[in-house]
Design a protein around this ligand. Structure first.
Ligand SMILES: [Zn+2]
Length: 329
């Protein structure tokens, strides 16, 4: 190569650098937030290794201990919120919500962002066709482990920002208990109200009673966020109570190239943990949930069946959801 050519190439590169203001950023699309789907996947595998995390089981308590250890290792101040709520049959159910607070001395009084997912798994596969299969526990790879897996990786990234003094907004990560204890379809007794989301009902009720304490800008709940074909239409309670934040999140997803997954279609209202955060705690909260408008149940075919296992978890989906959540912090 002749010298002249090198000079010209250098000049061209210099002009290109001036045009892009030498920012070092790619010219197209926004900066991609740091998030590792491999890491999120491994957190899902580790939850699955405990077995179904059904409340009152040893797998459930072992998983709770592990979640507390993980959050502490990432730099959170961890709070274990214990309480009781009546279940579908009226019996009192023990609840253990796990809350990781990420903040610095400078940021501790600023309004926080709340991120939530349930870590319990449903005791019954009551969507199974065979009657005898309905008494198995749901394995809960998607319905339970996926949201927690994504949030553990988010917690690891948030901990990194904390170390780098780069966490401007404090973040609370809540692993809600007993979300999936709602009345089983085969129950013949009197149906009670509000039997789903017992952990978030407990948390939101306590929050609304306190006079002082943390304030939140908004919240995001993840539920069933790992399937290869997952689509996240706009859930209706989120639109009703937290429309601006829902739009902000779906817009961020589109900017990141995930517009097809974060669909602009409207989903029916779904009673998930975000519902009680909205109505009982008064914090605008958005649900990111896999919903299939064309299915009779509204949910994927493996929902509340024995098929909700690791074969229905996909890293590209975890990556998409993780980046979208990280883009909001
Ligand atoms: Zn469920």
């Amino acid at each position: 190569m002749a010298k002249g050519k090198i000079y010209i190439l250098g000049l061209v590169a210099g002009i290109a650098c001036l045009l892009s203001a030498c920012s070092g950023k790619k010219q197209t699309g926004p900066e991609r937030p740091a998030f590792s789907a491999d890491s999120a996947y491994s957190y899902i595998e580790q939850q699955m290794a405990f077995g179904p995390r059904v409340p009152n089981s040893s797998a459930h308590s072992a998983c709770a201990v592990w979640l507390i250890q993980q959050l502490r290792a990432f730099g959170a101040e961890v709070e274990l919120q214990k309480g009781e709520m009546p279940d579908y049959s009226g019996r009192n159910q023990q609840i253990y919500n796990i809350i990781g607070h990420f903040y610095t001395v400078e940021t501790m009084n600023r309004p926080r962002i709340l991120l939530g997912a349930h870590y319990d798994t449903r005791p019954w596969c009551d969507e199974e066709e065979e009657y005898t299969d309905r008494y198995y526990n749901v394995p809960g790879a998607n319905d339970g482990a996926s949201g927690v897996g994504v949030l553990l990786e988010v917690a690891r990234q948030v901990g990194q920002r904390l170390n780098d003094s780069a966490l401007a907004t404090p973040v609370d990560i809540i692993f809600f208990d007993c979300e999936d204890m709602g009345t089983p379809q085969f129950y013949t007794g009197t149906e009670r109200e509000n039997t789903w989301c017992l952990g978030s009902q407990l948390w939101a009720t306590n929050y609304s009673r306190q006079k002082q304490g943390a304030k939140y800008k908004f919240g995001v709940v993840l539920d069933m966020v790992g399937a290869p074909d997952a689509v996240f239409p706009k859930e209706m309670y989120s639109s009703q109570y937290a429309e601006n934040y829902q739009q902000q999140i779906w817009h961020a997803a589109e900017q990141l190239g995930y517009g097809a997954r974060f669909s602009n279609q409207q989903a029916y209202p779904i009673v998930d943990d975000h519902y009680y955060v909205n109505v009982l705690a008064g914090i605008p909260c958005v649900d990111i949930i896999h919903y299939e408008i064309r299915n009779a149940t509204g949910f994927p075919h493996w929902w509340h069946t024995r098929e909700d296992d690791l074969t229905n978890i996909s890293k590209p989906t975890l990556q998409a959801v993780g980046e979208v959540v990280m883009s909001q912090l």
